[in-house]
Write a protein that binds this ligand. Structure first.
Ligand code: NOJ
Length: 444
């Protein structure tokens, strides 16, 4: 197999609420996930983020483990309520100090920090004012974004505004399986998407006006990705069309079409069209195309040349999330996004939950994860070989962590966390990934 590009960025990813803990330390304000865990039955076993992996106190140990495993980049998110406890008021110096120390520790060890500004943990005070349904959040988010960008000027080069707007809008405001747990009609969900687009845009504009080329601004997104059952031009075209079909329910279109193409897709169903008709035309001039797209890739759907779903065969391989193992999405998914949007990309997440256990020898053996990552990365290489500019790959996740509504019952890490003690045990996959990075993908 030929090599990955020379400066390909190999790394790992995580998010504040999922690993930090220290939920009420050093002046941090409460956020909607604290509330969702503490006040509802929405999370399995009533798990919460109070301690999580305790990365707030153990970040040095985590960075040392990253160094040991040749990690070159770490994508992490910031807790908005740690930095500005009520979301829009005074800054909390102590909260900021945590990220300062983390960034310095990473840089001192030759690891590039990539920041996500919002990975779902909205300050509760902003939720009380309507959250992502209230346009007042747009300037608040831009202010927070600028504060962070200025603070890390010269140290951080890549920043992502939002993580998975699809989940923010649909899991948070439609199905209610995530905080804040709302179940609203689609007209309202589309409004959340629109406000997210405007918030991304305002943040990007503010950062670029102040920092110019010193910082590159993107967003990390997810969506329905389809791959062809036969690799013919008609097969590829059918998979492309299905990927961007809004009726499939989980799509890139609303967010990325709004920002980049500045329109709603014609495949939109009536409720979305109803909302689209209410958009102030001036809003379209406010939309900012991200400078890169981060894609979170887990599973995809196979479609035939007619665009029909190919049913999965009996016993189809699945992960502990019950998600299909479909490495082909890594070949065709970024390709579809490049065809439609023409922007450079990073794989900002990819990985699997597995029922990992500590073996009798005290180690954690996870051949399933190695197979999964190996297969997906080999497909990614095919994609890059076809000329698609994918510039890096950030595995999800370095540590086992809090998997939202599933609590701690799902393990995505390459490093096992024993939640009784928060001890870390690198799994076989961590050692395997270290070799992949060392060889720049040649060992795949
Ligand atoms: C996407 C989300 O960004 C992340 O927070 C989550 O843990 C992984 N997918 C796995 O579900």
């Amino acid at each position: 197999m030929s090599q990955f590009p020379k400066d390909f960025l190999w790394g790992v990813a995580c998010a504040s609420f999922q690993c930090e803990g220290a939920w009420d330390e050093d002046g941090k304000g409460p956020n909607i996930w604290d509330d969702f865990c503490h006040q509802t039955d929405g999370v399995k076993n009533h798990d919460n983020g109070d301690v999580a992996c305790d990365s707030y106190h153990r970040y040095k140990e985590d960075v040392a483990l990253m160094v040991q495993h040749n990690i070159k980049a770490y994508r992490f998110s910031m807790s908005w309520a740690r930095i500005i406890p009520d979301g829009d008021g005074e800054m909390n110096e102590k909260g900021f100090a945590f990220y300062d120390n983390l960034v310095d520790e990473l840089l001192a060890n030759g690891i590039e920090p990539l920041i996500t500004l919002y990975h779902w943990d909205l300050p509760s005070a902003l939720q009380d004012k309507g959250g992502w349904l209230n346009r007042d959040i747009i300037p608040a988010f831009a202010r927070y974004a600028l504060l962070v960008a200025k603070h890390f000027r010269g140290r951080v080069k890549k920043i992502m505004t939002l993580n998975e707007p699809q989940c923010i809008a649909q899991c948070g405001y439609e199905s209610g399986v995530h905080a804040p747990g709302y179940k609203l009609p689609w007209e309202q969900v589309a409004k959340v998407y629109h406000i997210l687009c405007l918030a991304h845009s305002a943040a990007q504009r503010a950062i670029k006006a102040e920092l110019g080329d010193e910082m590159t601004v993107g967003a990390a997104i997810c969506g329905n990705l389809c791959y062809p059952s036969v690799d013919t031009p008609a097969g590829r075209e059918a998979a492309y069309k299905a990927t961007f079909d809004l009726n499939r329910g989980w799509s890139f279109n609303i967010f990325l079409d709004s920002l980049i193409l500045k329109r709603y897709d014609e495949s939109a169903f009536p409720a979305i069209r109803n909302f689209a008709a209410t958009i102030d035309p001036a809003d379209w001039d406010l939309m900012e195309a991200p400078e890169f797209i981060g894609i979170n890739v887990y599973q995809g759907s196979e479609v035939d040349e007619q665009g029909n779903d190919v049913p999965r065969y009996r016993g189809f391989p699945i992960t502990a999330m019950d998600w299909g193992i479909t490495p082909e999405v890594m070949h065709y998914g970024p390709m579809h996004l490049y065809k439609r949007y023409g922007l450079p990309m990073y794989i900002t997440e990819n990985g699997m939950a597995n029922n990992d256990v500590i073996s009798l020898d005290g180690m954690v053996h996870d051949p399933q994860r190695i197979l999964y990552l190996n297969s997906y990365l080999r497909e990614l290489k095919k994609c890059i070989d076809e000329g698609v500019p994918v510039l890096g790959y950030l595995q999800w996740s370095f540590l086992d962590n809090f998997e939202w509504a599933e609590g701690y019952s799902r393990r995505f890490g390459m490093v096992y966390v024993d939640y009784r003690t928060c001890d870390r045990i690198p799994k076989d996959s961590a050692r395997w990934y270290a070799k992949v990075i060392e060889s720049n993908g040649e060992t795949l």
